[in-house]
Design a protein around this ligand. Sequence first.
Ligand SMILES: Cc1cc2nc3c(=O)[nH]c(=O)nc-3n(C[C@H](O)[C@H](O)[C@H](O)COP(=O)(O)OP(=O)(O)OC[C@H]3O[C@@H](n4cnc5c(N)ncnc54)[C@H](O)[C@@H]3O)c2cc1C
Length: 405
Amino acid sequence: MCDKKTVLEPSRQIPVAGEYEVVIVGGGIAGVSAALAAARRGNRVVLLEKMYGLGGLATLGLVVVYLPICDGRGHQVCHGIAEELLHLSISHGWEDRYPDSWLVPGREAGRKEQRFEVQYNGQVFAILLEQLLRKEGVDILYGTAVCGLDREEDRVRGVFIENKSGRQALLGRSFVDATGDGDLCRLAGEETVVHEEGNPLAAWYCETIDGEYKLRIFGVSDLVRPGEEAEAISARRYIGLEGRELSEMVCESHDRVLEDYLSKGGVSRTHALSTIASIPMIRMTRRLRGRYEMREEDAFRRFEDSVGLVSDWRKRGPIFEVPFSALHGKCKNLITAGRCASAKGDMWDIMRVIPPCAVTGEAAGTAAAMTGDFSTLDVGRLQKRLRENGVKLHIEDLSMGKDDA
Ligand SMILES: Cc1cc2nc3c(=O)[nH]c(=O)nc-3n(C[C@H](O)[C@H](O)[C@H](O)COP(=O)(O)OP(=O)(O)OC[C@H]3O[C@@H](n4cnc5c(N)ncnc54)[C@H](O)[C@@H]3O)c2cc1C
């Protein structure tokens, strides 16, 4: 013991549980996309996930609306793994918002009105993601939290993990931070930015009411359309980076869910509280300040180092090229993907949803499979590989008319 505020953890030798070419931390959409991309390039890949299921917010968090992979003006913008996962999510059926003009031959005329988005079943999708990664040879380690990092100058040598086997180390050539919260970036001493405004409470849940299974989008939602009001269910906002605060947030959301569900009647065979989120429903917490910070004003701007395209889920029209320099910082073998990529202001809000997380995940995983030093990576070679996988890199790659932009 040192004093009443701190204790000295005894230093000890940590067993090395494995050595991989690519170590991915976080099994949400970004981590899954990165793992797929890296494994398909023949790398030895491990995916570390603290929960016991894949998909993160997009499955365990009940955020089951795959927001648009098109620009709202009839052009598909996200391709590659972002498109593949959308198809996978509804490969055994869908819950709602079926984009028939995009998926049913002969209905293409509706593409300018209908956006290419869909509502899927989160539980089915989580299992399908797991089966896909296993088929591609990704080593999945569930129940495994990364809680420390071994850094040597400007490189990560390994991560410390905690799971049922105790504390162990995993060594790697390159590392992908897909934690959503920039946990690895923080541990590696990268420059990070905290979303100080915090997050409003959301408490989505699934219920069976009058025998019909439904998603109840309860609390502030991303699905309100212009002119609609967001439904505030708490005055408190949450930052989401501190253990106690997150636990309070989850308890508050559970209280609100139960109240809301019971307001429609008690438990019966025709009225069930079917599923509640098993991870905190939190949008923006901490992100990397990378070599470049994407901005909303970058719409339609060409980036020579673009690794993919994304659209704006909030409004029709804008398309953004995602520069490779927004995915990494000073640490040579660490790259980010998903909601902790480097995007500021409203651009963070644009980049944190499912399709951009898949786009940045695919780019990060492909890059991680190619090198252990992102500062010297030949971006032209990376772009070639992404193109081979069907990814569109520049706005000019989309077949758009002159007046479309
Ligand atoms: C209320 C709400 C509504 C939303 N609505 C929509 C919507 O309608 N459509 C849409 O497209 N998007 C929506 N989003 C956004 C979207 O769901 C997420 O931002 C996106 O899925 C994030 O993907 P990700 O892989 O970056 O992160 P996450 O899904 O957060 O995945 C990160 C994973 O990393 C794991 N992890 C974290 N830290 C560690 C660690 N130290 N060690 C091991 N594992 C770790 C977590 O358990 C998690 O599984 C919404 C988000 C919220 C909160």
